[in-house]
Design a protein around this ligand. Structure first.
Ligand code: PHE
Ligand code: FE
Length: 286
């Protein structure tokens, strides 16, 4: 999610670390890469992505094709749920990231991947940040969840519990699954923006799919180098919002300090297992 690369804004960035998107500097090829990735995911997502996500996608259909202009996108998002999109130079400090979320500002990188990186890249680019995250921000309940998460993030710093809370973000905002009309649907940005993981998360026998439980998730380590070994399933977004916003995390942080971490592939007592994975994918890569 975030890490400390610098401790003050780099040259050209504002006090809050934002930079101009410089939309006019994108090349025709940059826009063509966006359009290609967009079309490729669009062909895959109906029936696989949550209705909330699919409804929000309309927001990205702006007056011109290619990489969205953040100003135009922010105007539309602001009119929908009061969120904005702001550009930042790559990773920003945790407190800066949380503060933006707490003020309903989503931070996005402004560079786009190259043609050699269509399927995989380490750092989130504008396709991941915008295509992956922004449609969910058009959902009023999810929009409130992400703001509450930002406030909770600032609070977690006071308890030295950033790592715990980062796991919640990872297994919901980035890689979450939701139950809809009796089936599983994807809503996590890391899945919906990935051609390979869109299918893997729903259809592959390899990963575990486990009912969401707050403490369980915050105890679970995650992988950043491959598809997830476990996905957590929420019943709906209102339940996620209630379970997090109405819970004081301070006693949970205190309790977790005495509990061991859970491995990314592990099933533990008390899990509501929707499907137990074979882990064949991870084993084949080990
Ligand atoms: N209620 C949490 C706390 O006490 C904050 C939070 C809200 C965290 C929503 C995540 C999501 O810290
Ligand atoms: Fe992301």
């Amino acid at each position: 999610m975030t890490s400390h690369i610098l401790d003050k804004p780099p040259q050209g960035a504002a006090e809050d670390w934002t930079v101009p998107q410089h939309w006019s500097r994108y090349t025709a090829d940059d826009h063509a890469i966006w359009d290609m990735l967009f079309a490729r995911q669009l062909a895959l997502l109906p029936g696989r992505a949550s209705q909330s996500y699919l409804r929000g996608l309309d927001l990205l259909r702006l007056s011109k094709p290619g990489i969205p202009d953040f100003t135009e996108l922010s105007d539309r998002l602001m009119a929908t749920t009061g969120w904005q999109v702001v550009a930042v130079p790559g990773l920003v400090p945790d407190a800066v990231f949380f503060d933006h979320l707490a003020h309903r500002r989503f931070v996005a990188g402004n560079f786009i991947r190259t043609r050699a990186q269509l399927d995989y890249l380490q750092e989130p680019d504008v396709f991941h940040d915008i295509f992956g995250h922004v449609p969910m921000l058009a959902d009023p309940v999810f929009a409130d969840y992400l703001q509450a998460y930002g406030k909770g993030g600032l609070r977690s710093l006071e308890y030295g519990a950033l790592g715990r809370l980062a796991r919640l973000y990872w297994y919901t905002v980035e890689f979450g699954l939701v139950q809809e009309e009796g089936a599983l649907r994807i809503y996590g940005s890391g899945i919906v923006s990935s051609h390979g993981e869109t299918r893997f998360a729903l259809d592959d026998p390899s990963p575990n799919r486990i009912g969401f439980d707050l403490m369980r998730v915050m105890r679970t380590r995650y992988r950043i180098d491959d598809y997830q070994q476990s996905y957590f399933v929420i019943p709906d977004f209102a339940t996620l919002l209630r379970a997090t916003e109405e819970t004081d995390f301070a006693p949970l942080y205190a309790e977790m300090a005495h509990l061991p971490d859970i491995r990314p592939d592990e099933i533990v007592a008390g899990d509501r297992v929707l499907s137990r994975g074979t882990q064949a994918h991870a084993l084949s890569r080990a």
